[in-house]
Design a protein around this ligand. Structure first.
Ligand code: UD1
Ligand code: UDP
Length: 371
């Protein structure tokens, strides 16, 4: 059976790989977990291992925050050392972070097979560091686990070998299905924050394009706050440390209607999402989760790599202009929420492992044929 190494490093990777890790454990698949340490604050990292009952990483690179080049380089070197030592058959990465790119490059330099979960997403905005990470990882991968027909189509249009592409759905659906009722049962976040179901707006913003620029950050906060005031609803903003640092550095005001809270644990965040009247976000994963949970969403960006959410009527792009935010939100609130989730039925982890667990390594085979 194939031995799999899994690289992860940030909050969304821990959450979206949790169904894969659990399925490896359930099927007794030989795997090892490599944590890059890109996220390290307790509430972006360890809380998810604890709450999702994941095994502690076998290896922890503790790379931490650095310039993107230095961070990625340190991760490549660390991952390579481990792969040389432990000789897995395949390396698995998920998403579009610097940890993902580092894993892809390390595997490629060792001529090791690479699997990419959530392949084929494209924002077509090369100013986002994630777009470069996605494109390079997809063009390095041997197995591309694309969530939707649209992502398959993007990969085909870049001439990626058809045999490498597998449409599996997105593991975010597995994670939501596995935790939504647990969140209902176990999370007391609404009581703790003094919120009533359906009587608040949830927002997040952490993309550099939004929160590293004073004007954009101030505008989006104003837009979300105006919306809350118009509707008589509180706006709850679990703030990412990057955005929190920007508030001080850029001298951005938080309007009174917005309540800042710490980043939330997964079950608490899922419950906050499920009962929000509307979600405003620039997060990728949260656009997907809002769509899966049937909650209207406005995306505080000019483009999305999740166009499926817009096509099914669950999401709208509104950028950061306050008037567009409020008019888009009203439009979304007037629509029915009976769309169909486009990201699969919640068995993506099983499908991915079915493909990988009996995989005959593509690159080793090719090398053997050459010699
Ligand atoms: C990273 C990913 C982004 C993803 C996000 C998920 C890249 C290029 N970006 O962005 O795609 O959406 O994670 O949340 O890979 N910090 C802490 N504690 C931490 C980690 C970071 O305080 O545990 C602060 C540091 O000041 C750091 C800043 O946040 O400089 C940014 O961290 P970084 O990992 O570079 O990017 P994110 O914005 O978290
Ligand atoms: N999330 C969480 N607590 C929070 C904010 C987000 O558990 O306070 C979860 C959310 O449910 C989703 C993931 O984190 O699964 C999204 O991560 P993030 O927005 O940081 O990254 P992105 O998806 O944009 O890469």
């Amino acid at each position: 059976m194939t031995k799999i190494a899994i690289v992860l490093g940030t909050r969304p990777e821990i959450i979206k790989l949790s169904p894969v890790i659990r399925e490896c454990e359930r099927q007794d698949i030989d795997f090892e977990l490599i944590h890059t340490g890109q996220h390290y604050s307790e509430n972006l990292d360890q809380v998810f291992f604890d709450q999702l009952e994941l095994p502690e990483p076998d290896y922890h690179l503790k790379v931490g925050s650095k310039s993107h080049g230095q961070q990625t380089a340190a991760m490549i070197a660390g991952i390579e050392d481990i792969l040389v030592d432990t000789e897995p058959d395949i390396l698995l990465v998920q998403g579009d972070t610097n940890s993902v790119l580092a894993g892809a490059i390390a595997a490629s330099k060792l001529d090791m097979d690479l699997g990419h979960v959530e392949a084929g997403l494209r924002s077509f905005n090369r100013e986002m560091p994630e777009e470069t990470n996605r494109v390079l990882t997809d063009h390095t991968a041997d197995h591309l686990f694309a969530p939707t027909a649209q992502s398959v189509q993007y990969l085909r249009s870049e001439n990626i070998d058809e045999n490498r592409i597998h449409q599996t759905g997105n593991t975010v659906v597995d994670a939501v299905h596995q935790h939504a009722s647990l969140a209902e049962k176990n999370s007391s976040v609404l009581q703790r924050l003094g919120l009533e179901q359906g009587e608040y707006i949830l927002m997040t913003a952490h993309r550099p394009g939004n929160v590293d620029d004073a004007e954009s950050f101030q505008a989006l906060l104003r837009g979300m706050s105006n919306l809350g005031m118009d509707l008589g609803l509180d706006v709850i903003y679990p703030i990412h440390p990057r955005a929190e640092a920007s508030l001080d550095e850029l001298d951005v005001d938080v309007p009174e209607q917005i309540t800042l809270v710490e980043p939330q644990e997964y079950l608490d965040f899922l419950r906050l999402e499920a009962h929000a009247r509307l979600i405003g976000t620039d997060s990728g994963g949260i656009q997907e989760e809002a769509c899966i949970l049937g909650v209207p969403c406005v995306t505080l960006r000019e483009e999305t790599e999740r166009p499926e959410t817009i096509e099914v009527g669950a999401n709208m792009l509104v950028g950061t202009d306050p008037e567009r935010i409020t008019s888009g939100a009203y439009e979304m609130l007037a629509k029915a929420t009976d769309w169909t989730n486009p990201f699969g039925s919640g068995d993506a982890a099983i499908q991915i492992l079915d493909i990988m667990k009996d995989e005959k390594p593509v690159r080793k085979q090719a090398m053997n044929q050459q010699t």
